[in-house]
Write a protein that binds this ligand. Structure first.
Ligand code: THU
Length: 160
């Protein structure tokens, strides 16, 4: 028997002002699109902004449905749009923010497992890490330098 240790590390920024200018702009756009989320059931609004290597910024917000599982998270709304509109472009950076209508989210909100799996597909496809920044409504911002850092031991095409 043996044990392995896999470590993940994150950079933590105290607030938006501490972020590099381009990420500040990306996060500001994520905040704006978050406000357009369709989240009548959870009242939990999420916004995602992606920067592509062709300079385009792609935005997405969560879209809920009365048949709950038919809804989609903000991250996948954005990444599937990027994948379908600019299939040749690489996704370089992603900013995520979440805010609840019922209580203020002060902790950084990381992407859910399904979103991590979906983002992983593109990171592997493009063979270039995607920087991921995530925050709540206010407070600290976490930076992960890749999706792999957020999803160790991931399932991917090499197992198929
Ligand atoms: N949600 C996201 O948009 N992204 C995540 O990574 C986690 C959850 C959405 C889904 C649902 O509309 C609401 O937040 C509550 O789960």
């Amino acid at each position: 028997m043996k044990e392995i240790n896999i470590t993940s590390s994150f950079t933590i920024f105290d607030n938006l002002n501490e972020l590099p200018a381009d990420i500040q702009d990306l996060m500001t756009q994520a905040v704006e699109i978050r406000k357009k989320a369709y989240a009548p059931y959870s009242k939990f609004k999420v916004g995602a902004a992606l920067l592509l290597d062709n300079g385009k910024i792609i935005l997405g917000s969560n879209q809920e449905n009365a048949a709950y599982p038919s809804g989609l998270c903000a991250e996948r709304t954005a990444i599937f749009y990027a994948g379908s509109t600019y299939p040749e472009a690489k996704i370089l950076k992603m900013a995520i923010t979440a805010a609840s209508d019922t209580n203020q989210t002060t902790a950084p909100i990381p992407p859910c497992g399904s979103c991590r799996q979906s983002i992983a597909e593109y990171e592997i496809k493009q063979d270039t890490p995607i920087e991921i920044y995530f925050m709540g409504e206010i407070g600290e911002i976490y930076k992960s330098s890749s999706l792999k850092n957020l999803l160790p031991l991931m399932f991917d095409k090499k197992f198929l």
